[in-house]
Design a protein around this ligand. Structure first.
Ligand code: PGD
Length: 844
């Protein structure tokens, strides 16, 4: 499968010429290219990303345009990040070893993050790293290797960074893994116990067309934001959520938005907006439940036949447990929604075909197990679960594929082998593990112990994006003997590693794109040559496996380009008889796209269970929906009863802490990129203010602080601080500020773990506590902060610049000098570095 043999054609070249192409074709400058129409010879390569399939248009070996997949009705603007980002200076050009590690060998080191790096060639990097793997496995065993390596990496069934790493580590004897995700750990754990599995709710959710046709009232806790519906792990070929919402709105569906942010539902659905206090949804839900009970609107027949534990929950709601009825008057001051509004909403919900949606953002917070559980309980009380258009949704609008028809067959999969190590951590407890080895912790009814990780490997994830309280993370990352990072980019994580291995991006390799609940298999064709010396993760692990004497079990004698047809043909052979639509590999590859058979568009969640709960029991302890769980009750965890309940988060608008930090920060997923990916790209950059991530604030809060649109502010609390650019917005509840995740970590003083981040990464502010002992999930959504105008001169953005690079032996000198990063990332940074050390051109 050589580069660019297929799809060669002449096309009209309208826009988005890359910088190098501009130079080669001579005479066009960036400003003109939007209108320029010219005919040039190009090659067209089908490809895919987590935010959409596309054709990569290449001329003279340069990526010149990203053109959305023709079958996508509403392509994502995130495609606009790819072109600039993949060729920028943030790419890692060569394998790098941290100077201090090279000098002193493995060991705890708090210089991680501020130390310089020494470029080495691949042979040396492989030899050094193989030696370190050998040492750690021999001296400490596989329980000393943390390979959880959480992260989305890039689309593609074969070059899936985490799967590649896990297969490699399994070949060495295993590793400590992580469980659940940063996206929805709390929802996963609670719904597995009380609804029989979150995956069922996600992959077999009531189909969007059924909602558009049958639902009368959508009550959306946390909304259904279109920005999140742009993405799906593995890819999304058809962005349909906007169209479904439009059809529903045209049919007259009423939308009630319960969220501190008005744009958590698009304006065209004309939602009734109740700007709730962040973190107080369960109080509002309990008040609605109270009214359903009090006014005899609950469906007792459904509760009796399909649920267990309503009695216990009812006693709590009526106040028979703690003397406090959870009525609307109780809830109103907690959640900021008037008592009468809550009561009338309860009556409307009972009178209409109602869908209750709980977005994932609600459970990415302290006590995050409660909103998905209480939302389900409300839907059970309405008795509409299993009816078309009624019932419950977990994550419509949290991801593109929720509500899309499931595929009839499984997808091609790269086998990971078996991990004999039983030790694991809940994914968001990584700092706890590194800071407290040997100490006990609770998780979902189990008493576990944190292992002692000597070697930490990350491939395809960015903890400096996804983890909370980055100051604490930095202290934790000072502890292990060795940290290895495989990434195409100099992310914060790469800058904190000891050994950095440059991976290719997906456009630099061949792969197969596919995702659950998405109907297209995409031939992801290599479009451009790898930047610098970057290599496919597979090839890196193959070399390491060879060096460690376990080569053949890892590669099975195949190259990467031999694995891809192998995966496809193995998958094709495993399909049931009669799936005649699936052609042989060569045909698929030549066509570029394959429509997969999916199921009908009329799926209704829980309909078989509704009709026959005994014949189609749920996979819960009782076979029914658990409004009271004996198991959870038996764990005896603080802040987790046997039924859903209200617990005030420690940091929220009603807490005593607000005296010092009176604003409630919402650190949600960004609108302009997927997580931290391609933050240097054009679309992401277009939203920055004086180079900083935008922070939305209500005009009342801005005026009282003397702030105007476009100002730069310092956002701070007791854990850290960052700069951000002010956007005044009436779409934010007063008392709330919103700063999305994903701006690359950019410490003013890299040697200070609690340094100001000059770019606007909100995880310097968030707290690092699990949702509860039940799920131990990520609580990154909320934190208390204060905001003040930044009066000093603006520090340059260095986030995308490489760290200081030095020749071997120059490390000592660096320690005494300035070990800060290389300069302004859009200015002279990379030039300085190249003067310092002769790096290969990124384009060669
Ligand atoms: P990404 O930015 O997608 O973030 O966290 P995650 O770590 O997944 O990181 C993926 C990394 O993979 C990037 O650095 C990219 O360059 C790299 N990569 C891409 N392709 C390849 C490849 O082929 N090989 C290798 N080796 N690397 C590759 C996301 C996580 O963040 C998630 S899912 C959520 S929902 C969380 N949300 C929040 C939140 O709401 N609030 C806060 N405060 N924090 C959060 N963090 C979580």
């Amino acid at each position: 499968m050589p580069i660019g043999v297929d799809g060669a054609e002449d096309v009209i070249w309208r826009r988005s010429l890359g910088k190098r192409a501009l130079k080669q074709h001579g005479h066009i400058v960036r400003g003109e290219m939007e209108t320029e129409v010219r005919r040039v010879a190009v090659k067209v390569h089908s490809h895919s990303s987590h935010w959409g399939a596309f054709d990569a248009i290449v001329a003279d070996h340069e990526l010149v345009e990203i053109r959305p997949f023709a079958g996508d009705p509403n392509p994502s603007p995130l495609l606009g990040n790819i072109q600039d980002a993949i060729q920028g200076q943030a790419r890692i050009a060569r394998p790098m070893i941290r100077a201090g590690w090279l000098e002193n060998g493995p060991g705890a080191d708090d210089r991680r993050g501020s130390d310089a790096f020494v470029p080495v060639d691949w042979d040396e990097a492989i030899e050094l790293l193989a030696g370190e793997y050998r040492r750690v496995y021999r001296e400490y065993g596989p329980e000393a290797v943390y390979g959880g390596s959480y992260g989305w990496a890039s689309a593609g069934r074969f070059h899936h960074a985490q799967s590649q790493l896990h297969r490699f580590l399994n070949g060495l004897g295993g590793y400590v893994r992580s469980v659940n995700t940063y996206s929805n750990a709390a929802g996963d754990v609670i719904l597995n116990r009380v609804a029989g599995g979150m995956m069922e709710l996600l992959h077999r959710a009531t189909a969007w067309p059924v909602i558009a046709e049958h639902t009368e009232l959508i009550v959306a806790f946390g909304g259904m934001p279109l920005k999140n519906a742009d993405v799906s792990p593995g890819g999304v070929t058809r962005h349909t959520v906007r169209g479904h919402l439009q059809r529903a709105a045209e049919r007259g569906v009423q939308f009630v938005l319960i969220s501190p942010l008005r744009d958590d539902l698009p304006g065209f659905v004309s939602a009734e907006w109740h700007p709730i206090v962040p973190g107080a949804d369960v109080a509002a839900m309990l008040a609605i439940a109270f009214v359903l009970i009090d006014e005899n609107l609950a469906d007792h027949a459904f509760l009796a036949r399909h649920c267990v534990g309503f009695d216990q929950m009812e006693r709590y709601i009526r106040g028979q447990v703690d003397g406090q009825p959870k009525d609307p008057r109780w809830a109103a001051p907690l959640c900021g929604i008037e008592a009468e509004t809550l009561a009338s909403l309860a009556r409307r919900m009972a009178a209409h075909r109602t869908l209750i949606n709980v977005s994932w953002s609600l459970q990415r917070a302290e006590h995050g197990e409660q909103p998905p559980w209480m939302g389900l309980a409300l839907a059970a009380m309405l008795g509409q679960l299993g009816l078309p258009g009624g019932g419950y949704g977990f994550g419509y609008g949290s991801m593109a594929n929720v509500g899309e028809p499931p595929l009839r067959h499984r997808l091609p999969r790269f086998p990971q082998g078996k991990n004999p190590v039983s030790a694991f951590i809940p994914v968001a407890r990584v700092s706890d593990m590194l800071l407290h080895p040997g100490e006990p912790f609770d998780y979902d009814g189990q008493e576990l112990t944190y292992p002692e990780a000597r070697l930490v490997v990350w491939s395809g994830g960015n903890p400096f994006h996804h983890h909370q309280d980055l100051g604490r993370l930095r202290a934790a990352l000072a502890r292990p003997d060795t940290i290895v990072v495989h990434d195409p980019f100099w992310t914060g994580t790469a800058k904190h590693a000891d050994i950095v291995l440059p991976s290719t991006v997906s456009l630099e390799r061949n792969d197969i794109g596919a995702a659950g609940n998405d109907p297209w298999l995409i031939a992801m064709k290599q479009a451009i040559a790898p930047v610098g010396c970057s290599r496919n993760d597979f090839d890196i692990f193959a070399d390491l496996s060879n060096a460690l004497g376990v080569g053949n079990p890892f590669t099975e004698g195949r190259t990467a380009d031999e694995w891809i047809p192998h995966l496809y043909e193995t998958w094709r052979e495993s399909l049931p008889e009669g799936v005649s639509e699936v052609p042989p590999f060569d045909e698929f590859w030549a066509t570029g796209y394959l429509r997969l058979p999916d199921t009908d568009d009329d799926l209704v969640l829980f309909n078989a269970f509704r009709d026959d709960p005994e014949g189609h029991p749920l996979r819960t302890a009782s076979g029914r929906i658990e409004l009271f769980s004996d198991a959870i009750d038996g764990f005896g965890y603080e802040g987790v009863r046997g039924h859903p309940a209200w617990y005030a988060p420690r940091e929220w608008s009603g807490s005593p802490e607000t005296k010092r930090f009176p604003l409630l920060l919402i650190a949600n997923n960004p609108r302009t990129r997927l997580h931290s990916q391609f933050d240097a790209g054009g679309f992401s950059q277009s939203s920055k203010i004086q180079g900083r991530e935008p922070l939305r604030i209500h005009p009342d809060d801005a005026i009282s602080r003397g702030l105007s649109d476009g100002d730069v502010v310092r956002v701070f609390n007791g854990r850290g601080s960052c700069l951000a650019g002010v956007v005044l917005s009436q779409d934010v509840r007063p008392g709330v500020v919103q700063l999305s995740t994903g701006a690359w970590y950019d410490p003013l003083d890299p040697a200070d773990p609690r340094s100001l981040c000059v770019h606007g990464n909100p995880n310097v502010l968030t707290f690092d506590r699990g949702t509860s002992s039940l799920a131990q999930g990520c609580s990154g959504q909320h934190a208390l902060v204060e905001v003040e105008r930044w009066e000093n001169s603006l520090p340059p953005i260095r986030a995308y610049a490489p760290p200081k690079l030095v020749e071997r032996g120059a490390a000592q000198e660096t320690r005494h000098g300035d070990a800060r990063q290389g300069g302004d990332s859009r200015g002279s940074g990379s030039a300085d570095i190249r003067e310092e050390i002769d790096l290969p051109s990124l384009q060669e």
